[in-house]
Ligand binder design. Sequence first.
Ligand code: UGA
Length: 436
Amino acid sequence: MVGLGYVGLVTAVTLAKKGNEVTCYDIDAAKLDMVARGDSPISEKGLEEELKAVLAAGKLSIVRSLADAVNDSEVVFICVGTPSKPDGSIDLSGIISVAQELGETLRVSDEHRTVVVKSSVVPGTTDKRICPVLEESSGKKCGDGFGVCVNPEFLREGSALEDGLHPDRIVIGLMNSEEGVVMQGLYDSFDCPKVVVDTKTAEMIKYVSNALLATKISFANEIANICDKLGIDVDNVMGAVGLDSRLNPKFLRAGLGFGGSCFPKDVSALAAVGREVGYEPKLLDAVLKLNDWQPTRAIQILKEEVGTLSGKRITILGLAFKPGTDDMRGSRAIPIIASLLDEGAKVIGFDPLASDNARKLFPDIDYAASVSEALEGSDACIIQTDDVIFAELDIKEFKVLGSGLVIDGRRVLAHKRGELESLGIIYRGIGVPKRA
Ligand code: UGA
């Protein structure tokens, strides 16, 4: 496993747990030290326990050079990041430098190895960008001396290990059938459909999966914004719409928009690919545009209820892009906090996991160690993640809010609206009808 980020580490532990011998390498020596000790560098349910277990069982080991990782292995997974560039396209510098070094290692080896591109790369990247580098640096032909295939990941943060062990499907993109045998063997014990296609189709499947999920969310948000104007509860609409057997109710939850390291980046990258090949991606652009706008809805509601925000103290409950992670990437808390600060408000944030990461982005706002501390002395609050701890709060806690306003950005307290209102609390949400 080359690259021990989110995908690499979870894939390594998953494959080790399935009984394979997994060797891990990363350029970050401190990360290797952590993993070797059994400490997970990322906060992910169950991962640290399973990492310790596979280390103890001798199924997972750490090596200090890429050559050692490759020499020990039949299959080499490339799991390095492909971050966004300002124009939305992806930065391939990390993956190209791994391919270069990997090729140099393959040059001096007689064994046939399968190189698996697990990093998300746009269609055509493996054939046109990665293979030529591997061929040039190894002095061998792709498919003869070494093989290459694409095997995208569909892990969700917060349930990555579970998703890794029980995937809905495994997609394998092949250049030749020899690699197909290796990959089918590797994934034999996984009880799910295996979809075997060519490399660029496999690359496309990854982006289209995320783009369609993001489109569902933006669609639900658009309908919520219209429902707001009409006094209709969007959940009642989407709940019924999702019962159509041609649709499904998942990812139709309206709210403050999608965040994370994947949806915003992958939709932008797919749109950039469209542009590159001469197609103006109207729908993908609209999905992103609405998502960028959606946090504004919370600020609008806030102003409607409390007037000017200058000097007001506003609590944000949930800072990460979703519950169960410390990941702030793409979090809707970022534009919300930035707007509040622009308006002259004071902000206090609470998150069970992400406060340290949030502090790196917003060092000058206040951070609370508990929900009650976050609400104390505040004028209003915005619930930014659908964390179960917010859903289970004792609603009397909200009575301390100066204006009594709770903006439920993820509908976590919808089931307690009546109770909240009986305490004099103003309950507002995205796509939640305002009381007359
Ligand atoms: C997403 C995909 O769900 C994974 O299948 C994929 O492998 C991963 O990206 C990736 O490409 O690596 P993840 O970023 O962990 O996984 O997050 P999700 O659970 O999908 O949620 C993304 C965002 O959408 C969150 O901000 C969440 O609050 C929001 N969301 C989700 C909604 O606003 N409404 C919904 O109905 C569902």
